[in-house]
Write a protein that binds this ligand. Structure first.
Ligand code: FAD
Length: 823
């Protein structure tokens, strides 16, 4: 055969025989592709990171996507032994997380909200209840804890073998000792995978190569944002009390996690396993492991473990009474935010990634499930934004990854505040006005590598953030920014927006079929339009300016640059009739908004900015000072205003011109948090929360942006079919009563008479209406304004009332500027 007996063709080739790759193979086989899927492993199954994992299956995760993925895995693993006959060693001992302070409890409450809405069983415990579950625990200094009865730990190698058995039983093929050396695109759009045993052509490739992710990526020109970090755990000698408990048939104690001490502990053969997440753990395999590496461990570093060993000893005194049997120090794959990347690679067709897994034993099941859905059905079925490979961009270079991945590892157990911003690798991408903003008191956050102002510290306030699950110091700063913007005029730097141009003779036809709204007919017209997925859910949101008959300027969320632009590229005709031009780094954006914004702008431009000359939802090329500007009359805060898009090099000229002209008008800068507060008052949705592929565009109540009768567009048929079948959810705006110091953060359970009827997708305080607001998805029968529901915020239940959309200025009079005299 010339191919060492190996198949020469397959529908899918999975590279990597760790638990993640084998699970992908298993799920593809389960979808009916068994006879046509092949897995290639250069050594033995599990010989990468999988064999030495501690096997914990924590359901806990702050991300909605990861929560869903983990939940699926735990359920699957429970059933796998029965299905395959291969024991997987699932010990469902439960999982106990301790809290040593109130902020940690807030984190657990916020997590529990997500858990509740996705159906994960989590219980709150007092210190006395903790003692009952974990009699060897010293509960001093604890304020409480949470318990997951459904998770525990598993034997990773056995799990992998069970998945392999299940895959083989459905016809899938596994070639061990077969190394992939190179991958080439074939002229027919498929892939040629070259191995040391021969070549295979296939339609799809899945890269699940663990610590080799960057080397595999390099074969196809991808810079994959994964570099592993060293991770250790300690196995101890047996302890008499644990042995006694075992012998007397007492139940095994659950996996114990002291988040504030950054370690976990579980029983193992009458002794303990202690796993810390240390500070200072270095990245490893920065330029890849040795291609021949298998079952590789590093020299242990006891000094790094010491503080965690001490913390564990004081929490579980018995731990001090046992000797260390062995220390495992292995590579654990990481990404800058600690979540894996699962889904399509960017800029390539049919190349899939399931890489960067730091909880790969836990995530493998769900990752394989969604990848198989995506590949076989064309779309995932859950919102995968939190694990999207395209959530990172070009900025995630090798040296950035070293800093960020070490930081992500060291921060696994920190309190995951909703407004947390991490310092490593910053500042990296800065707009020209960055220094000016800083001098004005800007407190920055980072999105997609860009520094963006979250808020301004003024009037003697320390120029630093104050993270919390509740209203904190920046609440008053944001109030001032909103007040000034709504009374005078504010300026917001939105240079981080993703921008591009779609042009060419086929541009109009392509875009018209790509988005659900009608395109602006007139040159200079603006519209908000959505690209749906094939199932009619919302994938991307664009502001589109028609620049010419055959050219359109598209703006979308900065954090989604790679995702949105890759999505465009996937659907663009390949015949050269449409061109894509990346403009993100070339164009800056300053938003000027507020009732005096026209007056201000009119002082620095000769262009006529009147309602007649430049109405709401139109754009014009104007000159500000001496700089060319594309002035688009839209904004995300609901005031009269313009987004001033300009070639980046003019930014400070424009910035200075505005501030020189605006002093007596009260021009002041505002930040992202003020913008966010104002968007809730306008019921403006955001991709990733209110807009998601899990909800149809009608469920997100985007009807006015859907032109179902304009002809074919992406997702149209499925969207209409879903409406005809009856929608399951509807987006509502909620007014939350009697909150004291905390607003909804999103993922809060919405209940009626104790039954879950929906979830809040986001929330905050609306300073212009003086109310705590939330947006949420509810069953349609609860969507009528006036309906009263309950909302859970940080463990407390509040009354919330459904209100009409856009509590602030529902008729958009401010945006339209009706009635006010033109300057
Ligand atoms: C000390 C330690 C403890 C851990 N504990 C836990 C835990 O308790 N719970 C948990 O969920 N996770 C844990 N993890 C993480 C877990 O081990 C990983 O997330 C998981 O094993 C990743 O699986 P994988 O399949 O992605 O990678 P791997 O298991 O590394 O598999 C990748 C495979 O790809 C193969 N490969 C690479 N390149 C090629 C090529 N070119 N051709 C062919 N084959 C190739 C490799 O040989 C390897 O077998 C732990 C990790 C460490 C280091």
């Amino acid at each position: 055969m010339g191919n060492n007996g190996m198949k020469s063709q397959a529908r899918v080739v999975v590279i990597g025989g760790g638990v993640v790759g084998v699970s992908a193979l298993y799920h593809l086989a389960k979808k009916g592709w068994g006879d046509d899927v092949v897995l290639l492993e250069k050594a033995e199954l599990t010989s990468g990171s999988t064999w030495h994992a501690a096997g914990l299956l924590p359901l806990f995760n702050m991300s909605y996507s990861v929560g869903q993925v983990h939940k699926y895995s735990v359920k699957l693993y429970r059933e796998l032994e029965e299905e395959t006959g291969q024991p997987v060693g699932f010990s469902q001992v439960g999982n106990l997380r301790l809290a040593m302070n109130d902020d940690r409890m807030d984190e657990y409450y916020q997590y529990a909200a997500t858990a509740k809405t996705i159906g994960i069983d989590v219980r709150f415990l007092t210190p006395a209840e903790i003692l009952k579950l974990w009699p060897m625990c010293n509960v001093e200094g604890l304020v409480g804890g949470i318990f997951h009865p459904d998770d525990g730990y598993i034997q990773p190698a056995d799990l992998t073998q069970a998945l392999a058995k299940g895959a083989r039983a459905r016809g899938a093929t596994i070639y061990r000792k077969t190394a992939v050396l190179d991958i080439e695109q074939t002229s027919s759009g498929g892939w040629l995978v070259r191995t040391d045993k021969g070549d295979i052509t296939c339609d799809h490739v899945i890269s699940a190569t663990g610590n080799y992710a960057r080397q595999t990526g390099a074969m196809v020109g991808l810079d994959i944002p994964v570099i592993p970090v060293e991770h250790q755990y300690i196995v101890t000698e047996p302890h008499p009390e644990l042995v006694r408990r075992r012998e007397s048939g007492e139940p095994e104690m659950g996996v114990l996690r002291e988040s504030d001490g950054s370690w976990y502990l579980r029983e193992e053969n009458g002794g303990f396993i202690l796993g810390p997440y240390e500070k200072g753990a270095p990245c490893c395999y920065v330029d890849g492991p040795d291609p021949r590496a298998e079952y590789e461990l590093f020299q242990e570093d006891i000094d790094r473990l010491a503080p965690h060993i001490e913390a564990a000893m004081s929490r579980v005194p018995a731990f001090a009474e046992v000797g260390i049997k062995q220390v495992y120090n292995g590579a654990i794959a990481y990404t800058p935010d600690g979540n894996p990347i699962i889904g399509p690679a960017w800029d390539l067709d049919n190349f899939w990634l399931s890489e960067g897994h730091s909880f790969g034993i836990t995530a493998a099941g769900g990752a394989g499930w969604q990848l198989a859905e995506w590949i076989v059905e064309g779309e995932p079925t859950i919102d995968m934004l939190g694990v999207e490979p395209r959530r990172f961009g070009d900025y995630a270079t090798r040296n950035y990854l070293i800093e960020k991945n070490e930081e992500a590892y060291a921060n696994v157990f920190v309190i995951h505040y909703p407004d947390e911003e991490r310092p490593a690798g910053r500042p990296l991408r800065t707009a020209p006005c960055y220094e000016r903003m800083k001098e004005m008191g800007a407190v920055f956050g980072q999105k997609f590598g860009w520094e963006r102002t979250n808020f301004f510290a003024t009037d003697g306030m320390a120029q630093e953030d104050d993270w919390s699950f509740r209203r904190s110091k920046w609440f008053e700063a944001v109030r001032k920014e909103v007040t000034n913007t709504t009374e005078n005029v504010g300026l917001l730097d939105m240079t981080a927006f993703a921008k591009c141009r779609i042009s060419g003779p086929g541009a109009e036809q392509f875009l018209d079929r790509f988005v659900a709204n009608s395109l602006p007919k007139k040159v200079g017209g603006l519209t908000l339009a959505h690209a749906l997925n094939k199932n009619g859910g919302i994938h991307s949101e664009f502001t589109i300016r028609r620049e010419a008959e055959d050219a359109f300027y598209l703006v979308s969320a900065g954090a989604l640059q790679r995702l949105d632009h890759d999505y465009i590229r996937r659907y663009m005709p390949k015949d050269g009739s449409v061109q894509f031009t990346q403009l993100t780094g070339a164009m800056g954006v300053l938003v000027v908004a507020g009732p005096k914004s026209r007056q201000l702008l009119q002082r620095v431009t000769n262009a006529d900015l009147s309602n007649e000359a430049l109405p709401w939802l139109t754009a014009q090329d104007i000159v500000v000072g001496m700089a060319p500007v594309n002035a688009m009359r839209v904004n995300y805060v609901g005031e009269l205003g313009w987004e001033l898009h300009h070639p980046l090099e003019y930014q400070n000229h424009i910035f200075d011109a505005l501030f020189e002209a605006g002093a007596d008008l009260g021009l002041k800068p505002f930040g992202i948090r003020a913008m966010d507060s104002m968007r809730f008052e306008k019921s403006y949705r955001m991709v990733g929360t209110e807009l998601s592929i899990e909800y149809s565009a009608f469920e997100s109540a985007m009807d006015r942006f859907i032109k179902a009768d304009k002809g074919e567009f992406l997702g149209r048929d499925a969207l209409l079919a879903s409406r005809d079948a009856g929608i399951n959810n509807l987006l509502v705006t909620l007014e939350v009563s009697d909150v004291e110091d905390a607003d909804a953060l999103g993922n809060n359970a919405l209940t009626k008479d104790g039954e879950i009827i929906g979830r809040a997708t986001g929330g905050g305080f609306g300073f212009r209406v003086g109310k705590s607001l939330a947006l949420g998805m509810v069953k349609p029968e609860f969507a009528e304004p006036g309906t009263e529901v309950d909302i859970e915020i940080l463990g407390k239940t509040y009354n919330a009332t459904v209100v009409a959309e856009s509590p602030f200025d529902p008729k958009n009079e401010r945006l339209r500027d009706v009635g006010s005299a033109n300057e």
